[in-house]
Write a protein of this length. Structure first.
Length: 202
């Protein structure tokens, strides 16, 4: 899955903030400029995680691979039902309208963020495993002020970043994504993928 890299960067800050660092000590602009734009890029080997832009580039390069179903987050949110049907078909899972209805209900932000369900999406199993290996408190990143995968009403809003940070992210796009795709913006990439992969989906 790929997502608008500006919104993904904002979301990434909130996910790691108050887990590996305090949001009171490292602001969102410092995090994105230093970690997203400068420190993280193309991995040197399989032990390194790719940066946001290289993830998009690598998925784009494999968009025609029959083993890959490239999904754009924004399209998934807008057209969840048809994506559910297409994903079931890709995975070889029988899917009727009752199952589509159930997936639509259980994948809503409201359902996932409800107090009785929030623990299913706070990444506690992954965070505790990483915490132990990193020498952190076993419950680091799980207390008040930490963020899981669901932030109701936020959606990775990009209006919290500075113009300088936005410009740096846009430059990274020009450096990494545009040469590989011919698309000068994320919106242009969505249009290209819609025409190439999703023309008959909606």
């Amino acid at each position: 899955m790929i997502r608008d890299p500006i919104k993904a960067a904002v979301s990434f800050y909130h996910f790691l903030g108050n887990w590996f660092f305090s949001k009171d000590e490292i602001g969102i602009d410092e995090f994105i400029q230093t970690f997203v734009c400068e420190a993280r890029g193309e991995p040197k080997d399989y032990t390194e995680n790719a940066g946001i832009f290289h993830v998009i580039k690598s998925y784009y390069e494999r968009r025609s691979d029959e083993r890959v179903m490239l999904v754009c987050y924004e399209n998934l949110v807008r057209h969840k039902r048809v994506h559910t049907e297409k994903l079931a078909e890709f995975l070889g899972i029988p899917c009727d309208q009752d199952l589509v209805d159930l997936v639509e209900q259980l994948s809503s932000k409201e359902w996932m963020a409800a107090p009785e369900n929030a623990g299913k999406f706070d990444e506690h199993f992954m965070k505790r495993a990483i915490n132990e290996k990193c020498g952190l408190d076993i419950n680091a990143g799980l207390g008040p002020g930490s963020t899981g995968k669901v932030r109701v009403g936020k959606g990775g809003s990009d209006d919290v970043i500075s113009d300088q940070t936005r410009a740096m992210l846009e430059q990274r796009w020009r450096d990494v994504i545009e040469p590989a795709t011919g698309c000068d913006t994320y919106g242009a990439l969505l249009d290209t993928l819609r025409d190439e992969l999703y023309a008959d989906w909606w």
